[in-house]
Design a protein around this ligand. Structure first.
Ligand code: TGC
Length: 392
């Protein structure tokens, strides 16, 4: 159910096909069996459970929406449902699936040569090779056009390679990646490059001091005169449309995923409030608690309906970037508010890792920042409705 049992007031499940419901159940079972039992420990110990990569490949959620090359070829709605269930476990695990499928694999699938697709995609879909997507830099976050990482031609002629230098920051999974998709400025604008693990001159260092996304890996990456052959170039990508096309995919998945974290927070608060007695009766029997639960549920049902609408548009091939911005902005913003409100129902117990809401709230601070901050999506929508660009 989109929000379990009596909580699916709008009967949103009736909008899903039998196949979609089956897929969702499969991913929900995986989350219950493989993520929920370990997540508090992984979060406390700041561990990304690498074994999950091949398991998620077997589950069929890596590059889920892509066709061919061993990819599952499922619909946008099915991908969204999977993101929602995985993020009900933890945003860090859903982030791995997004970076792998929506960013790294989409970049290769959309912009790569036939040889690049054959070489990387089947193993990435199986989770045997992890990919990362290096766009953000220490001084270029919301404004990737100002990137300083540069690739210059190494010689002349068709078989000339490249020399890559610069630095990237906040790159998910970079230290465990078998292949990096790196976006760099060239004399001919922004281009994408595939950098295999072990290429001399590349170092990836996990960022340790995180209070969010602790069961995930984000890295600083340095490229120190990295020599690449001509085959490293993603031949079809030209300019920022290359990475932004991939970001559309990831932002779409986030609109669904955030509702998974929200639903898990709500369900934890509902269960706790039914059990916890104060002043002689369950917390759920107090008007103030019921108002909190109902306000959470309103936003979960609305946000899930919004995500589903975006999914149907995407499957119809008509979705536009500003619609994705609306979904990402709204659903992550509401999910954080829901997770925090859920924590308040749990009282002091809510600040421990015994319960998920505060972990979700902390994770969602990253989710509202990456793939376009709240401010970026607000201004994308502002530009859409006014025709005036307030970025520059
Ligand atoms: P602008 O002039 O609007 O566009 C430049 C070119 O890009 C095209 N474009 C898009 N194409 C497809 N989808 C979109 N959503 C697109 N948005 C823009 C545009 O058509 C144009 O193409 P062309 O061929 O005409 O040159 O660019 P701008 O500089 O004005 O854009 C401003 C702004 C703020 C909207 C943009 O820079 C932006 O979206 N900034 C946010 C960047 C962002 O989301 N960064 C996230 C990085 S990835 C990450 O966070 C890692 S998370 C995963 C992990 O853990 O590793």
């Amino acid at each position: 159910v989109l929000a379990t049992g009596a909580s699916d007031v709008l009967d949103l499940d009736s909008l899903l096909s039998a196949e979609e419901l089956e897929l969702r159940q499969k991913v929900r079972d995986f989350t219950r069996q493989r993520i929920k039992p370990g997540i508090a420990r992984w979060y406390e110990d700041a561990v990304f459970p690498l074994d999950l990569a091949t398991e998620l490949g077997e589950l069929g959620v890596l590059g889920m929406h892509l066709e061919g090359y061993g990819c599952p070829g499922r619909s946008a709605v099915e991908y969204g449902l999977a993101a929602m269930e995985l993020e009900a476990g933890d945003s860090g695990i859903r982030t791995f699936v997004s970076v792998q499928g929506s960013l790294a694999m989409t970049a290769i699938h959309t912009w790569g040569s036939e040889e690049q697709k054959q070489e990387w995609l089947p193993r990435m879909a199986a989770g045997e090779v992890i990919g990362c997507f290096a766009l953000t830099e220490p001084t270029a976050g919301s404004d990737p056009a100002s990137m300083a990482t540069f690739a210059r031609r190494d010689g002349t002629g068709d078989d000339a390679g490249w020399v890559l230098y610069g630095a990237k920051r906040w790159i998910g999974l970079a230290s465990v990646a078998g292949v990096m998709v790196v976006w760099a400025m060239t004399d001919d604008g922004v281009h994408g490059f595939l950098v295999p693990a072990g290429t001399p001159g590349v170092t990836a260092t996990p960022i340790a001091q995180k209070l969010s996304m602790r069961a995930s890996i984000q890295c600083d990456v340095v490229f120190d005169d990295v020599r690449l052959g001509p085959e490293a170039l993603l031949p079809a990508a030209r300019g920022l449309r290359g990475p932004f096309t991939c970001l559309n995919e990831a932002r779409y998945g986030i609109a669904w995923g955030a509702m998974g974290a929200a639903r898990d927070s709500y369900e934890a608060a509902l269960a706790y409030s039914m059990d916890r007695l104060q002043f002689g009766k369950p917390l759920a029997g107090y008007q103030l608690t019921q108002e909190k639960l109902v306000n959470m549920l309103l936003e979960i049902q609305k946000g899930t309906l919004l995500a589903l609408h975006l999914g149907r548009l995407k499957d119809a091939g008509t979705i536009r970037p500003e619609q994705i911005s609306l979904g990402k902005l709204n659903n992550v913003r509401e999910a954080i508010a829901i997770a925090r409100e859920a924590r308040s129902i749990l009282g002091g117990n809510g600040i421990t890792t015994d319960y998920p809401p505060l972990r979700h709230a902390a994770n969602l601070e990253s989710v509202r920042t990456y793939e376009g901050t709240d401010e970026v999506h607000t201004l994308i929508l502002g530009r859409h409705i006014t025709g005036l660009d307030a970025f520059h």
